[in-house]
Design a protein around this ligand. Structure first.
Ligand code: NAP
Length: 291
């Protein structure tokens, strides 16, 4: 077996996968996936493709015609790529966004592995039991949609959605309720008092806002009421400890950043392309070296 740190050697028989985005140079996925192929001794390579929005259709057609096995999709193409695909997985359809495309004989299927990546990371870190948990989600954008959809699939009975634009939270609650009638979706206004109510009610709190990424950002919510009984997840992975997580750790809550989600969404994509279980530890090591 090839050692994980061996450089990829591309031959005429190499199977190609990659990522499209704009920009794409910041992506850590090439290191993570190439380490996985190397670990498994597979003649595969993962390549970044910078694709400007006005070239998206031509790029997708070109990749399909060039014999790639598939590709990841990142900002700003996750939604725009949908009409270019032949079919969608149930998750991609529910989320309305695609982060992984599988190509079979030129036929493109769109998947979204963000939700499963989130839940696997949560199970791995904290043995989370969805059927018994009440969840508060902060933010109502793309990642909130993926996380909430997957938590509902896993049997979470009740969720509060809380966003600074309440109409966005209400639209998301309506969208999810139509797909998951067994889960009760409610919204909370974005205010310190309502945050406090949500914290007292929930067992799992997930920050899906980007608040905490930038130097000088604070916590998106006041952490009064956070206790050791809470699990608090921030989807941000850089910095690894956001102001929200720093405060919650001080209050002895069980905390998790977005690194595990990033890793497990990639592991799920690896399996979709190769049909094999992903070498998660090798991928974790390679990803860790990039952050
Ligand atoms: P998005 O679609 O833009 O949604 C962001 C949400 O946060 C929106 O509801 C937005 O409200 C809200 N928001 C933005 N700034 C805010 C602030 N200062 N205070 C309160 N609410 C605010 O973004 P996304 O794709 O969901 O990504 C969100 C975060 O998750 C990013 O930090 C991203 O890096 C992270 N993420 C991590 C992973 C992972 O694998 N770990 C995967 C996906 C995303 P408005 O619409 O009003 O701005």
């Amino acid at each position: 077996m090839t050692r994980p740190d061996t450089p990829i050697s591309v031959t005429g028989a190499t199977t190609l996968v990659g990522i499209i985005g704009h920009p794409v140079s910041h992506s850590r996925s090439p290191q993570m996936h190439n380490a996985a192929f190397s670990e498994r001794g597979m003649n595969w390579a993962y390549v970044p493709f910078p694709v400007a929005p006005e070239r998206l259709e031509a790029a997708v057609r070109g990749l399909a015609a060039s014999g790639l096995r598939g590709f990841n999709v990142t900002i700003p193409h996750k939604e725009a790529v949908l009409p270019l695909l032949d079919q969608l997985s149930p998750e991609a359809e529910a989320i309305g966004a695609v982060n992984t495309v599988v190509i079979d004989d030129g036929r493109l299927t769109g998947h979204n592995t963000d939700g499963i990546g989130f839940v696997r990371a949560l199970h791995e870190a904290h043995r989370f039991r969805p059927r018994h948990s009440k969840v508060l989600i902060l933010g109502a954008g793309g990642s909130a949609r993926a996380v909430a959809d997957q938590l509902a699939r896993e049997g979470v009975p009740e969720m509060y959605l809380c966003a600074r634009r309440q109409e966005q939270a209400e639209a998301l609650a309506g969208h999810l309720a139509a797909r998951h009638p067994e889960c009760l979706f409610k919204t909370l206004p974005w205010s310190p008092l309502d945050h406090r109510c949500g914290i007292n009610w929930a067992e799992l709190i997930v920050n899906t806002t980007p608040m905490g990424m930038k130097e000088g950002d604070g916590s998106p919510i006041d952490t009064n009421g956070i206790s050791p009984g809470h699990i608090v997840v921030d989807l941000i992975y850089a910095p690894p400890v956001t102001p929200l997580l720093a405060r919650c750790e001080a209050l002895r809550a069980r905390c998790l950043n977005g690194f595990g989600m990033l890793l497990h969404q990639g592991a799920a994509a690896f399996t979709l392309w190769t049909g094999q279980p992903a070498p998660v530890d090798a991928m974790r090591r390679a990803l860790g070296e990039t952050i």
